[in-house]
Ligand binder design. Structure first.
Ligand code: PLP
Length: 456
C-alpha cells in the first residue's frame, strides 16, 4: 500500500485497516491504493492525525460534535453511569432513571405537545422506527391501507434498509434493490441546481405542489406520512426557499398526513434554534433525532412523538419494536449532560445571536471567488457551489472531480470541508469561535484558489 507518512505507526495502522477493516462510505479500490487517513485525537474544534497535523474540523465529525471535542463533563457523566448501571434494557415494561430523565429533557426542548421519546441507537434506526410507527398508528386507527410514506429525491435518512428507502440517494438505491415497496419520492427544493429561471419562491411552491400531486395520484387514503429534513444535509445543505415549508404544511393538513421531520442534523442547535422545524415554524408530528443529542460522544438516536399519536399507540397495545441499545443508560447520561451544556452555557443562544450570523457573513464573502456560483447557509450549516461559469451555472466536467480535489486540498491544508459532487459544505462544532471561523474562511479561500489553479 502506498502512503505518505513520516510516522511509522501511520503505516502500521493503514496496513491493519487494509488487512481487517471495511470502513463505511469508502471507495475500497482507492483505499487499497492510498490507505485511510488516521485520526488520533481531538480537542475543541480541532483534530490531529497520526502525522501530527492539526486540522480544523469544519464538519463537527459527521455533523454531530455540537459541543466540540474534549468535554470532560461528558466523560465524567459516562464514568458515573457506567459505575451505577452500565446497561439494562427497556423491553417488557422497564425503565431506568437516565432514559426517563433524558426523555423529559428532550420533551422540554421539543415543540409543544411532543412529550414522548422512543429511543434508538442511531439516526437510521430512528427512521426505521418512524416507518413502522406510522404504519402501526394508522392500522390502530382502522386504516391499515394508509401505509405509504413519501420522501424526497436526494434526501438522506440513513443506511439501513428503511433509511435508504426513505432517502432519495439513487446510488444507494442501486446497491441492494431499494427502495422497498410502499415508499415514494418527490423532488427536492434545490433552487440553484434545479430551479432554472424561476424565482426561488415560485420554485419553492412548485416543488411543494408535487406533494399534493403525488397524494392525489396515489390516493390520500393510502398516504401515512411525509418524511423530510428541514434542511437537507448530506444532499448538499439544500436550504429551501421561504415559500416551501408553509405550502408543504398546508398540503399535509388538507389530507391528514403525518409529518416526520428528520432532525438528525438540524436538531440540537445547528440552525440556531433547538430544532430545524422551529427555525421554519413548521410543526411536525414526529421528529427523528440523533447526532447532536450526545454530540456524538456515544451512539444514540430517537423519535419524538406528538401526544395525540401516543394516545392512539396506547390503544394499540404492544408495539413489537425496539433495540437492545434503545435508551442505553450510559448514552442517555451523556446526552443529558450534553443538553445541560448546550442549555446552561448558552451555546444554542450564542449560535443564533452571534457566531452563526458571523459565519454566514464571512461565508458569503466567498461568493466573489471565480469558482463559486452560489453560497448559502443557515445557522452552522453552509454550502457553496463550484462552477465553471457563474453566469450560466455550468459545471466542470464530472471527470475532473472538482469537489473531491477541493476536499483533498482542504485536508492537506488543515481543514475538513465535505464535498457532495461539486457542492462544498461545512457544519462546524457549535462552539466554534469567531477567530476559528476566520481561520476556516481563510483556509477555504486558499483551497478554492488551489482548486481553481488546476481547472482548465
Ligand atoms: N438522517 C439524517 C438527516 C442524517 O443526516 C443521518 C446521518 O447522517 C441519518 C439520518 C442517519 O443517522 P445514523 O448515521 O446515526 O444512522
Amino acid at each position: 500500500m502506498k502512503g505518505t507518512t513520516g510516522n511509522p505507526q501511520t503505516r502500521q495502522w493503514q496496513d491493519l485497516s487494509h488487512a481487517h477493516h471495511l470502513p463505511p462510505f469508502s471507495d475500497y479500490r482507492q483505499l487499497r491504493e492510498h490507505g485511510p487517513r488516521i485520526i488520533t485525537r481531538a480537542s475543541g474544534v480541532y483534530l490531529w492525525d497520526s502525522e501530527g497535523n492539526r486540522i480544523l474540523d469544519g464538519m463537527a465529525g459527521l455533523w454531530c460534535v455540537n459541543v466540540g471535542y474534549g468535554r470532560e463533563e461528558l466523560v465524567e457523566a459516562a464514568i458515573r453511569q457506567m459505575r451505577e448501571l452500565p446497561y439494562y434494557n427497556l423491553f417488557f415494561q422497564t425503565a431506568h432513571p437516565p432514559a426517563v430523565e433524558l426523555a423529559k429533557a428532550i420533551a422540554e426542548l421539543a415543540p409543544p405537545g411532543m412529550d414522548h421519546v422512543f429511543f434508538t441507537g442511531s439516526g437510521s434506526e430512528a427512521n426505521d422506527t418512524v416507518l413502522r410507527l406510522v404504519r402501526h398508528y394508522w392500522a390502530t386507527r382502522g386504516k391499515p391501507k394508509k401505509n405509504v410514506v413519501i420522501g424526497r429525491w436526494n434526501g438522506y435518512h440513513g443506511s439501513t434498509v428503511a433509511g435508504v428507502s426513505l432517502g432519495g440517494m439513487k446510488a444507494m438505491h442501486a446497491q441492494g434493490d431499494l427502495p422497498i415497496p410502499g415508499i415514494e419520492h418527490i423532488d427536492q427544493p434545490y433552487w440553484y441546481g434545479e430551479g432554472g429561471e424561476l424565482d426561488p419562491d415560485e420554485f419553492g411552491r412548485r416543488v411543494a405542489d408535487q406533494l399534493e400531486r403525488k397524494i392525489l395520484e396515489l390516493g390520500e387514503e393510502r398516504i401515512a406520512a411525509f418524511v423530510a429534513e428541514p434542511i437537507q444535509g448530506a444532499g448538499g445543505v439544500i436550504v429551501p426557499p421561504d415559500s416551501y415549508w408553509p405550502r408543504i404544511r398546508e398540503i399535509l393538513d388538507k389530507y391528514d398526513i403525518l409529518f416526520a421531520a428528520d432532525e438528525v442534523i438540524c436538531g440540537f442547535g445547528r440552525t440556531g434554534e433547538w430544532f430545524g422545524n422551529q427555525y421554519y415554524g413548521v410543526m411536525p408530528d414526529l421528529m427523528m433525532i440523533a447526532k447532536g443529542l450526545t454530540s456524538g460522544y456515544l451512539p444514540m438516536g430517537g423519535v419524538v412523538v406528538r401526544d395525540r399519536i401516543v394516545e392512539v399507540l396506547e390503544e394499540g397495545g404492544e408495539f413489537y419494536h425496539g433495540f437492545t441499545y434503545s435508551g442505553h443508560p450510559v448514552a442517555a447520561a451523556v446526552a443529558l449532560e450534553n443538553l445541560r451544556l448546550l442549555r446552561e452555557e448558552g451555546i444554542v443562544e450564542r449560535v443564533r445571536t452571534r457566531t452563526a450570523p458571523y459565519l454566514q457573513k464571512r461565508w458569503r464573502e466567498l461568493a466573489e471567488h471565480p469558482l463559486v456560483g452560489e453560497v448559502r447557509g443557515v445557522g452552522m450549516l453552509a454550502a457553496l457551489e463550484l462552477v465553471k461559469d457563474k453566469r450560466t451555472r455550468e459545471r466542470f466536467p464530472a471527470e475532473l472531480a472538482t469537489g473531491m480535489r477541493c476536499r483533498e486540498h482542504c485536508f492537506a491544508n488543515g481543514l475538513v470541508m465535505r464535498a457532495v459532487g461539486d457542492t462544498m459544505i461545512v457544519a462546524p462544532p457549535l462552539v466554534i469561535s469567531e477567530a476559528e471561523i476566520d481561520e476556516l474562511i481563510a483556509k477555504a479561500r486558499l483551497c478554492l484558489d488551489l482548486t481553481a489553479s488546476e481547472m482548465p
